[in-house]
Design a protein. Sequence first.
Length: 59
Amino acid sequence: MKWRISWHIIKAESIPVGDVLGHIVGAGEFGGLAFFENGEVATVSAKYTVDYTNGTGPH
């Protein structure tokens, strides 16, 4: 099934780790709507974490 999503950031925070230049950790939340090819619409929400060094890393 095909679908598309429209979402926005509800909350996002990050802090520098301080071990190497450019290393940050963060967390946030987003929400929005998913639109399915059969006409159904659903709410979407998720929380996330990041661990980046100079813009790369797990997320």
